[in-house]
Design a protein around this ligand. Structure first.
Ligand code: MTE
Length: 888
């Protein structure tokens, strides 16, 4: 086959004219007149082809929100619903648009699941891109895309890719899982062209003992390259259809879908179909890639997100890895919030949607119930995939053989439909569906909740509302943070959506059938509060007077907590009139959550929720501004270097938007740093104090101790994630936060109130030295600041003392204004400083008592919780007032 067969993108080889796609007319939904199961019709050139061809791609462009991300080279369709903010791209099409496109999805609307940035591969580099076939094989080799196309027989067939997270939003509403909220459109179907992997493996000749085939992509992520594995046996089985693909719907691969070459594994979750392929490695054991272990698993339902953090062996258990898809289905029409007239001409409504199963199994029935499963009716099923099986021998599409006639397996979704009299819909309170496959596996009634929220497949349920002369239909959820759906509504009204009856009360039976919610969740709302709050009302509380904020659609008044908030009133002001759900849940303890009902004042109305959700997709920011930090918006800074300062600590340097930009952080305050869990995209947010000078321009430095996992302890979530971010990637910052600020000459502001301090006792340990250092530096750098400082710094070993040199230089140049005492709990023989922990005797000796005779003294503390607790007890005994001891 000739090289020029690699079609340039956006100039389709076929069809040359736009294919007509049978579309459901949205405007006619009130009358219900529309055509049934969608199929693309064919262009003139392909008139003889008796199977569906893809819809034509539209013209795409780089979206403004991608300009500042590593994906600024990728053109995308603006209709895609972004599920994880701006970057990386994880998105699905609106369900109706996806269904209306028909059996095949255009690359424009195909869902995308990227764990990180999209590797760059220019058009002219496509053919020279190489990947290896290596490991337990007799003849390892490296192959270019050119070789792949020229030297091997090509095949083309349709495959539905499904993300294991499809429909996860439903799980997240029952209980938040460690994954972002996919709606029911996390699947798409395309015609893939490439080479059966068995042909490459036959050439490489696996050796005895080889059992797995690992794949690795070119995307370098926080925990290494994305990679996973499947069984060698499956790769060798032609019926499984595992392919190394270089074309999608007749075009060279779009960058989001693996340009220039990827694996396609029919019937299995999309997570195994590695994009931007660099290595195929034949092994004895399953992949040890981080993403193979910590992603795409269904752990047992009793394992909570918190417990899962300490169970490395459970994660590694291959029994919990997901390969084949499970049986699943969704209703596409009626759409969410669709209205159907009761007194119109329409007598029946065509209820329809999609279904799929895994491992090549066929959907053999789709059943619909209007009475909660007491009785069922059969829908008709249409398998467009079968039409490809009728292709004549020798038929080729996009340079690949279309030889599907012999294949028994099903790789694609199917469509189902059922005409239901409208009077029957009017008598019912919901429509539910379940699919069954040829292995007689039917979708379950009840959800199997698990920590990653994957493979969610209970009966798909639409609620029917009778509104005046119309019926209105309500889907279970809406994707991402979009509000809407009966699950959220029922949960907010206090219903138990895990009771097996969709939150409805059924008296006795309910007791008998109750499904345990996976561990009690803490309620943050006050069930007596009934007020609905509009966006306009919320926005009136966006300042420092009566700040209101939103968590999970509920409105809270932060005013009574301004003085007591450990992060200072600024943290509450920064959240005023915003939806701070993600941040709130990432930072706050269960205790803090349990306090929330006291501050709950109402529920945000639907319009306001949509408006806030739209805002939460990081807004375009003015990158020319002189101050980097913004209190209410996350700003991106580029990680430009990592330098080791000890065996477990590093200085992380970030580049701001421009050389003249300053951070904008008052002395003593902190910034919030936001990273995302590499597999689940869950936010990890912590407060840090930079060590760079407060007036530094263009850059930002942090010294961070990395808490690496050991055999007995899981590592620090934040520090491990930060350490694994490659240089050149962006990290989000927001601020300032903190209740303490040092304004110079002894003037402090504490939760907005001012006081003068003559003497500071500064107590720190480990990386707690950073806020202490910034206050010390502010005092010493100003020669006429007469405030005295005693720094007490406790560590384990000499190597653990962070910023030692700067501390000592400052003290030396302080003209007696500062004293410094280091103490080590595990000192070496040659250590000349203090020995032992910072305990009662130590503090009695070095800290001194509280201020007397008009002298004002204050203790500043930053370190681990154990140190803070000890200081609290000891200093109370030493007669220090509570308000003179401040914990950062
Ligand atoms: N391959 C690489 N190299 N990197 C990735 O992040 N994501 C996987 C898989 N292959 C991923 C990858 C996941 S989880 C899915 S569901 C599919 O790609 C999605 O494929 P698509 O984005 O083309 O729809």
């Amino acid at each position: 086959m000739a090289v020029e067969n690699v079609a340039p993108r956006y100039i389709p080889t076929a069809p040359p004219s736009p294919p007509e796609t049978a579309k459901h007319s949205q405007a006619t939904s009130l009358t219900g007149e529309r055509q049934s199961a969608p199929l693309a019709l064919h262009s003139k050139k392909n008139l003889l082809k008796s199977y569906p061809l893809p819809p034509q791609n539209g013209i795409k462009s780089v979206q403004p929100q991608d300009f500042k991300t590593p994906d600024s080279h990728v053109e995308r369709d603006p209709r895609l619903i972004r599920l994880t903010g701006v970057h990386p791209l994880n998105c699905e099409a609106p369900l109706t648009d996806l269904y209306n496109e028909g059996f095949l999805t255009s690359e424009d609307l195909h869902f995308v699941r990227n764990h990180g940035h999209v590797p760059v591969c220019e058009d002219e580099e496509v053919l020279d891109w190489t990947f290896s076939v290596e490991g337990m094989v007799q003849r390892p080799f490296t192959l270019s895309v050119r070789d792949l196309i020229e030297r091997y027989e090509q095949a083309t067939y349709p495959v539905t890719l499904v993300c294991a997270g499809n429909r996860r939003k439903e799980q997240n509403i029952v209980r938040k899982s460690k994954g972002f909220s996919w709606g029911p459109a996390g699947l798409s179907t395309a015609l893939w062209t490439g080479v059966p992997i068995a042909d490459l493996l036959a050439q490489a000749k696996p050796i005895r003992g080889a059992r797995y085939v690992c794949f690795e992509g070119a995307d370098k992520l926080p925990n290494g390259h994305y990679g996973t594995s499947v069984k060698l046996n499956w790769c060798l089985n032609a019926d499984k259809g595992i392919m190394v693909a270089h074309r999608m719907n007749g075009h060279a691969l779009h960058p989001d879908h693996g340009k220039p070459v990827r694996i396609i594994i029919p019937g299995q979750i999309g997570g195994r179909s590695v994009k931007w392929l660099r290595r195929i490695i034949v092994t004895k054991e399953p992949s040890d890639n981080w993403y193979h272990i910590y992603d795409n698993r269904v752990l047992p339902t009793m394992i909570t997100p918190e417990a899962s953090a300490d169970l490395p062996n459970t994660w590694k258990d291959e029994n919990y890895a997901i390969y084949d898809l499970n049986t699943n289905s969704a209703i596409c029409y009626p759409q969410h919030d669709e209205m159907v007239a009761l007194d119109g001409n329409q007598k029946t409504y065509k209820v329809c949607g999609y279904a799929y199963s895994g491992g090549g199994k066929r959907i053999t029935r789709l059943e619909v119930t209007l009475d909660k499963g007491r009785s069922w009716r059969l829908a008709s099923i249409n398998y467009p995939e079968d039409q490809y099986r009728n292709a004549p021998d020798g038929d080729e599409l996009y340079g690949g053989k279309m030889d599907m006639w012999w294949r028994e397996t099903c790789f694609c979704w199917c469509f189902w439909e059922l005409d239901v009299p409208i009077t029957q819909l009017a008598d019912a309170s919901d429509i539910m569906i379940r699919a069954m496959d040829e292995g007689l596996m039917a979708q379950p009634r009840d959800m199997y909740w698990s920590v990653l929220g994957m493979m969610n497949n209970p009966w798909y349920r639409l609620v029917i509302h009778k509104e005046d002369r119309f019926l209105r239909f309500e889907h279970p959820t809406q994707p991402a943070l979009m509000p809407g759906g009966w699950m959220e509504r029922v949960k907010n009204a206090g219903g138990n959506i895990a009771n097996g009856f969709w939150g409805e009360s059924t008296g006795q039976a309910e007791e008998a059938m109750e499904i345990k919610t996976p561990e009690e969740q803490i309620s943050m709302t006050n069930s007596k509060v009934r007020r609905t709050i509009t966006l306009a009302e919320l926005e009136q509380h966006g300042g420092e007077e009566e700040p209101w904020f939103v968590v999970e659609g509920e409105v809270y008044d932060g005013t009574p907590y301004l003085d007591d908030h450990p992060g200072g009133a600024t943290s509450i002001f920064a959240a005023a009139a915003t939806d701070c759900t993600e941040e709130f849940l990432a930072i706050h303890s269960e205790n803090a959550k349990a306090m929330m009902p006291d501050y709950h004042i109402g529920t945000l109305d639907k319009l306001a929720r949509s408006a806030l959700a739209a805002k939460s997709v990081d807004a375009e920011k003015d990158v020319t501004r002189s101050i980097f930090l913004q209190p209410k918006l996350w700003s991106k800074a580029l990680l430009s270097s990592k330098v080791d300062v000890s065996s477990d600590s590093k200085i992380f340097t970030f580049t701001l938007d421009h050389k003249e930009q300053v951070l904008g952080l008052p002395v003593g305050q902190h910034v919030l740093m936001r990273l995302r869990d590499p597999a689940t995209r869950e936010a990890i947010i912590r407060a840090y104090t930079p060590i760079s000078q407060s007036d530094a321009k263009g850059t930002l430095d942090f010294v961070v101790k990395i808490y690496r996992p050991t055999s007995t302890q899981s590592g620090g979530k934040m520090t491990v994630a930060l350490d694994s971010i490659p240089v050149g990637h962006f990290v989000d910052f927001k601020g300032p936060v903190g209740k303490f600020e040092y304004a110079g000459d002894g003037l402090c502001r504490i939760s907005g109130k001012t006081r003068y301090v003559d003497r500071f006792i500064m107590i720190c340990a480990g990386s707690g030295v950073t806020p202490i250092l910034t206050v010390l530096r502010a005092v010493i750098d100003k020669e006429d600041d007469t405030t005295e400082c005693t720094v007490l710094n406790g560590n384990r070993t000499e190597e653990d003392i962070l910023c030692r040199q700067e501390l000592e230089t400052l003290v030396k140049g302080s003209n007696g204004r500062a004293r410094l005492m280091h103490t080590l709990s595990r000192p070496s023989h040659s250590w000349k400083g203090g020995r032992g922990r910072m305990d009662r005797t130590f503090f009695q000796k070095y800290a001194g008592g509280p201020g007397t005779n008009g002298e004002s003294a204050m203790v500043l503390v930053c370190g681990p919780k154990a140190l803070e607790d000890a200081v609290r007890d000891i200093f109370t005994d030493m007669r220090w007032d509570e308000e003179d001891v401040l914990f950062f």
